[in-house]
Structure formats: C-alpha cells, structure tokens
Design a protein around this ligand. Sequence first.
Ligand SMILES: [Zn+2]
Length: 272
Amino acid sequence: MSFSSEVKKELIVITPKARHCQTAELSAMTGFLGKKDKKIDGEKIYIASDNTDISRKFFTLSKKTISISENGMEHPEEQQECCRKSYLRGAFLVAGSMSDPNKSYHFEIVCHELPQAKRVCDVMRTFDTDPHIVERKGHYVVYLKEGSQIATILGVMGAPKAYMELENIRILKDMRNSVNRQVNCEAANIHKTVSAAVRQAEDIACIENHGGLTQLPENLREAALLRLEYPDLSLEELGKRATPPIGKSGINHRLRRIGQIAERIRNQEDKS
Ligand SMILES: [Zn+2]
C-alpha cells in the first residue's frame, strides 16, 4: 500500500465527535468532490464517488448532521481549531495525496478553483505551515515540500501512525546526512594532511640535495629527520616524538621554516 493510502486508511475511520467538526469535514468533502462524483439539484446533493470508503464516510457524516450546504463553510480558516482540522481531513481524503517520504517530501491537495486553494492555504497556515499553490491542468494544487511541515499536517488531520512513520524516516535521513558530511570532512582532512606531508618531504629532499641537512639549525634538522622517518604522522604525533616533545604549532612552525629555506633554494636555482 502506498504511503498516501496508509494515511487515508487512518483518516477514513475518524468520525469527529462534535457536530461542528462533522459539518466542517462533510462540507470539505462535498467541496472537493469532482463534478462526476456529485450532482447538485437545488437543495440536494447526490454523491456517487467511485471510492466506496469515501461514500461510506460521507453517508455516516450526513446521517449525523441534519443538513449541509456546499457553501456551509465559506471561511473555514475563521472556524475553531477542531473544525479546521476536520476540514483539512475531509479535503485530503477526497482530493489529497502525498509521496512516499522515503523517496521525497511532497504533500498536496488538488482544488477546483483558486479561491478554494487559497482557502486551503489559509487553513493550513493556521497550523504553522507554509503551503504554496501551483496551477496544473486547470486545477490549483496546494502543496508542501518540507518534511517537518508535512509531518505537522499529518498530525493535524489525525494520522498519528503516519506522523510517527514520517518522523522516523526524517530522523534516519538526517542521521545519514550528518554521517556523510562527517565522512566527507574526514576525507578532506586526510587529503590535506597527506598533501602537506608530501610537500614537506619535497622541501626536505630539496635541502638535502643542496648542501645537506647539516646546514640546518639543530631544531629544524630534528623536525626534518622526524618527517622523513614518519611520513604518515600528523603534526601532533610528530611533535610528540621530538626531544623534548613539542606541540602541534611548534612542529608546524619548524616545518614551515624548512619550507621557506627550500623555497629560497628553488628561487636561487631559477635565477641561476
Ligand atoms: Zn469543531
């Protein structure tokens, strides 16, 4: 079963207790049914949805509320919170869908007209979400693209199981991303360490080939010999092996001076 169907399975069995909420949900369902599913004949509305679950819920809600009119909720965003939740549930059941959050985050409700879409947006905004509208094949689609906002709306409509499932997926995705970031960062650091060590080895070789390491002051010669002996060690580890041991910045300073000496030798070579 698709994630969308799972959400609907959770929502279809909810019957709000209060009559105002029943009316809100029923009016949303009526408003969102397509032309082929409903026929308005004066005061009467005939419902003939292909979806038997929808028809059954419609019947249940109709029985509980004496009469509804399609425009019974002109401004649902001004209604009580409980009714706004019911309104969104009714709208989603009839005209909503969402993608599998394992693949992407997308939640939408397809509206017949722009005012209807704006109304849905207004209601959704009262629950701290930021929906957008896009026109598609003569319809107006209200959609959410952010995982946390979709989770919020699932909770609002009354689908705690789907809400938990989405939140778990979101946590896993976040964890995977942060692990990837960390791995990339470590790889970059290793690369930096290696390329610095290679450059240092080249500097030392350069000095050795031009007069030898004996020309270096004692502390620099020690650093050079340590680097040659331990080409893979980090600066910190290299510093620990000096006599007496020195810190990372100390060994770094010595290797930088070696680099400057090698640079001078190279410059002189270029001139001559
Ligand atoms: Zn209510």
